[in-house]
Structures are given as C-alpha cells and as structure tokens.
Write a protein that binds this ligand. Structure first.
Ligand SMILES: [Zn+2]
Length: 315
C-alpha cells in the first residue's frame, strides 16, 4: 500500500487528500486560495501537504491539479485565468517546501484520469471527460493514456468555436462551445427567458425571488424536476448544444465513452436524455457505427484529488 497526496488548486479553494492505491481518499483538508499571491498559494499548498503528512507519515509523492495551462514537463503553470500564476515554477517551489516529488497537471486532466481509473470510465481505454460548470473543462484518455498534446495544453474543448461570430467568451474569442453548453449557458438561457417572457417563466421567477438575476442552476433544475415547461425548454436548448458538440468530438476522436461531470451534470437525465438524442441525431455515419456511451461522472468534486494523487504515484 502506497499513499500519495492529491491537491486540487482552484480559484477559490485548495482541496487536498491522502489517497491510497485503490483511489480511496483517507482524509481531506481544505483552505481558501490566496489567489492574488503566487507565493502565498504555494505556501498554502505546502501547508495542506504538511498537515496530511503529519497524520499519515509514509506519503510518497504529491500531485497538483491546477486550473490552468500546465507545460509539457508538468512543472510550470503557464497561465491560470483565476490565479495570479504566470509562468509559475510551482513544481520546484512546492518540492522545495515539502521535500517530496511533485507532479503538476491541469485540473481537468487530473479529473479525467481519476474518472478513467476509478470512476465512470473504468475499463474504457478511449474516454472523453467533459466538465460542465462555469465553463467547460476537458480531458482525454486515448489508448489508456492521458493525452496532453505536444505542449501540455490539449483537450480545451470548451474553446472550440461552434458559432462563427457568436457570443463573446472570456478567452477573447467568440462563439466558443462553453458559451452555449455550460452551466453558465443554462443560467443565461433561463434569465433571458425570464426577462423576455416573464409570463412563461413564472415558476422560475418565483424560485428566483421574482428577479431574473435570482435564477441560478439549482432553481432551474428544481423547476425542471417539477415538470415546468420553461425550465425544461432551457435544459433542451443547452442539451442540444452539448449533444451536438459531443457528436463533433466523436467525429474526430471516436471514443468509447463520454463522461460528463461538473455542476450541470447533477441534473442527471434532465440533461443526458436530450443530450443523447441530439448526439445521435448529429453523429456522422449514424446507423453504421456504435454510439459512444454518454454517462455521468462518479467521483464528483473529489475526482481531481484522486486523479492528481494517482498521477503522482505513476510519475
Ligand atoms: Zn473561449
């Protein structure tokens, strides 16, 4: 039995866990991310590692999953939109502080690895992970290996353009998939409906305290579960974009399974049923090929910790 520590470094929190070789988290620690200071962020990572090591002495290595672009040598965070990291040599810094080998990986890649090894992608060598949240994160397992691309920053599916000159995206381009198929896209859809057609969106507005801005993901899911037609329409709209995007990815990658995580995945079949229908309608060569399975992720928000820890084990 070897133990490693996985650390998920996000824009708001640093979550770390001691993980065994079956992907089980034995203990977890969380701290807020001091996101404006690269130095303080490294210090908090070292702090959570030290706390966990104090309880489980025999830790072998540390895996960091970071919300940003990680270079191909898995040492440096090139750019992190929600952290102050720019060309941050985080591997060297944390190794210097904790005295253990450190592996750095993009957080969605770490999540994909966790799901492929211990979660919904078990036994599937060709798997695409999509997280639908604020934006869209992606990770790719090809032939049983994590695919990083030549420069370490592949599988950014959220930013492939689905609408020429479409909605603006935080990345600087227009028409990116995540502007149409993410959790934020669902909320934008519902708020727009509530503004333009308040009579149709009565139940959504009621759940949102009477204001379009009061409507967020959980309210839309609740209304849809009750059978509210406006909420269901919002889900259908976003799910069509999800299914269409997965069909395009299948045309390129031909995976065995798509594993869907992130906040929006908590809606389960409300999302998956229309997404599957859209996928099967849009897939090239349909009728003459196997439909890839589309399923919900199993490890939840801990997948990044589990995946990063396992990548550190097999470094
Ligand atoms: Zn974009």
């Amino acid at each position: 039995m070897t133990l490693t520590i996985g650390v998920d470094v996000g824009g708001t929190k640093v979550a770390a866990g001691v993980v065994d070789d079956h992907g089980r988290i034995l203990e977890k620690v969380r701290r807020p991310t001091p996101s404006t200071s690269p130095h303080e962020t490294a210090r908090v990572i070292a702090e959570v590692v030290d706390i966990l090591r104090g309880r489980f002495g025999e830790v072998e290595a540390v895996g960091l999953g970071a919300a940003g672009f990680v270079d191909e040598s898995r040492s440096t965070v090139l750019f992190a939109p929600n952290l102050a990291w720019r060309d941050e040599p985080i591997k060297k810094k944390v190794e210097g502080e904790v005295g253990l080998p450190v592996v750095v990986e993009n957080d969605a890649n770490a999540t994909a690895w966790g799901e492929a090894k211990f979660g919904a992608g078990r036994g599937e060598d060709h798997m695409v992970l999509i997280t639908l949240g604020t934006g869209i994160g992606g990770g790719l397992i090809l032939g049983g290996e994590l695919y990083r691309g030549r420069f370490g920053i592949g599988a950014e599916f959220g930013h492939y353009r689905v609408v020429p000159d479409g909605r603006r995206c935080g990345c600087g381009n227009r028409g990116c998939w995540e502007q149409y198929a993410s959790g934020n896209a669902l909320v934008a859809e519902a708020r727009e409906l509530a503004r333009v057609s308040p009579a149709l969106a009565g139940r959504l507005l009621e759940l949102g305290d009477g204001r379009p801005e009061g409507i967020s993901g959980p309210e839309i899911t609740e209304a849809a579960r009750e059978g509210d037609s406006a909420a269901l329409e919002c889900f259908r709209t976003v799910a069509r974009w999800v299914g269409q995007g997965l069909a395009d990815l299948a045309a390129i990658l031909d995976p065995g399974a798509f594993v869907i995580g992130g906040g929006l995945s908590e809606a389960g079949d409300l999302l998956l049923d229309p997404a599957r229908a859209a996928f099967q309608n849009a897939l090239t060569g349909r009728g003459h090929r196997v439909f890839a399975d589309i399923r919900i992720a199993e490890l939840g928000p801990d997948a990044g910790i589990v995946g990063a820890a396992d990548l550190a084990r097999s470094r």
